[in-house]
Ligand binder design. Structure first.
Ligand code: AQP
Length: 347
């Protein structure tokens, strides 16, 4: 182990998070992530948000789809309330520090750690021999996304908790191996009534943009009729809503709809159950659909308006990338010094 090259330091609070442009964004991405990102803009802490296009290609994306999904994702961020002046909004591949630090972290993370990631197991499944090496290394790149900015807080949905724990392990191992206090031990921020929105077809599965069934999710591009139809057909059970949350313990689909309602309305699930106690789903679902449409329709309309001018979206992402690079590059240069890379090129 080398001598410490950096004295202990405290870390300025900074928020980073990202979403993969691996499909259209869903209600799960909105409630678990995007809505939280917008709230964080008002907490007086620097906020950096990223369309993680390099993560998206860990599973096949056609180039045309990837470009469209990246721009559509950026439009969704802005339509949901991210202000590109107050937050840094960009796409990952335009800031090479992510890939460079990702490589360093590939050399810090252990194979055993990566093999235990449930997302790897779920996505690679029984066919792991055929999965990309990138899919296996995904969490090390995610750690790099966060730590390239020394981000201290990362708002995410519940499904990303394990990857955040791995980010903390990588930061701690790097600090320990090199005898530095260079990277913060990042805190996950998992808040709200819908930290894990479930599929509308199966209450045991997460709502996901890559689920083969479009009926399983609400897309941010769905119109009012599609939203209402999907909620009407959502799997439930024949019982009415109970008067306490305890009564939803073994009813995952019912619990999911209550959580969605609560998150959309800004209420707690307990308050929703108290308000709708005894209601049949024939009554509750149309109310939920009405609420979902009232929240999502303005976002969809604004996304469509923004998507009509892709050059403006590209301009915003370009500007955000330059601002992100200005933070990440000096941090990466310090990492290279700590690791022992000779850096003699004249700029
Ligand atoms: N169902 C969900 N409920 C709550 N939060 C969710 N998030 C995703 N799905 C839900 C949160 O959205 C952020 C971005 O996620 P991501 O796109 O980077 O990857 P993911 O978690 O793998 O999301 P998907 O939709 O399932 O994408 P695919 O299908 O491409 O893998 C994260 O904060 C995540 O927690």
């Amino acid at each position: 182990m080398s001598e410490p090259v950096q004295t202990p330091q405290t870390f300025t609070p900074r928020i980073f998070s990202g979403i993969q442009p691996s499909g259209g964004l869903t209600l799960g991405n909105y409630l678990g992530a995007l809505k939280r990102f917008v709230e964080k803009q008002d907490e007086g802490i620097e906020t950096i948000y990223c369309l993680v296009d390099m993560h998206a290609i860990t599973v096949w994306q056609s180039p045309a789809d990837l470009r469209r999904q990246t721009r559509e994702g950026a439009a969704a961020f802005i339509a949901a309330g991210i202000d590109p002046k107050r937050s840094i909004l960009f796409n990952q591949s335009q800031v090479s520090a992510h890939a460079e630090l990702g490589w360093i972290f590939n050399c810090v993370a252990r194979m055993g750690w990566m093999g235990r990631m449930t997302q790897w197991k779920d996505k690679a499944g029984k066919n792991s021999e055929n999965a990309s090496l990138g899919l296996f290394a995904y969490p090390a790149l995610m750690a790099a996304d966060i730590l390239a900015y020394k981000a201290t807080h990362v708002p995410v949905g519940e499904d990303q908790k394990q990857h955040l724990e791995l980010t903390r392990d990588i930061a701690a191992k790097f600090n320990n191996d090199y005898g530095v206090n260079f990277f913060p031990i990042t805190e996950p921020v998992i808040e709200g009534a819908a930290t894990r929105v479930m599929s509308l077809r199966d209450g045991s599965k997460k709502m996901s943009k890559s689920d083969p069934s479009d009926q399983s999710r609400i897309n941010l591009t769905d119109d009012a009729d599609a939203i209402a139809a999907k909620i009407r057909k959502a799997k439930t059970d024949p019982e009415p809503l109970p008067d306490t949350l305890d009564g939803l313990k073994d009813r995952p689909e019912a619990r999911n709809l209550v959580n969605i309602y609560a998150a959309l309305a800004g209420l707690t699930p307990a308050a929703v159950v108290a308000e709708h106690a005894g209601a049949q789903f024939g009554t509750f679902k149309p109310r939920l659909a009405e609420l979902a449409v009232s929240v999502l329709s303005p976002i969809t309309t604004e996304m469509n308006r923004l998507m009509a001018d892709p050059a403006e979206i590209d301009r915003i992402l370009g500007e955000g990338s330059a601002r992100a690079e200005a933070i990440a590059r000096p941090i990466l240069d310090e990492v290279y010094d700590i690791v022992g890379m000779v850096r003699s090129r004249q700029v």
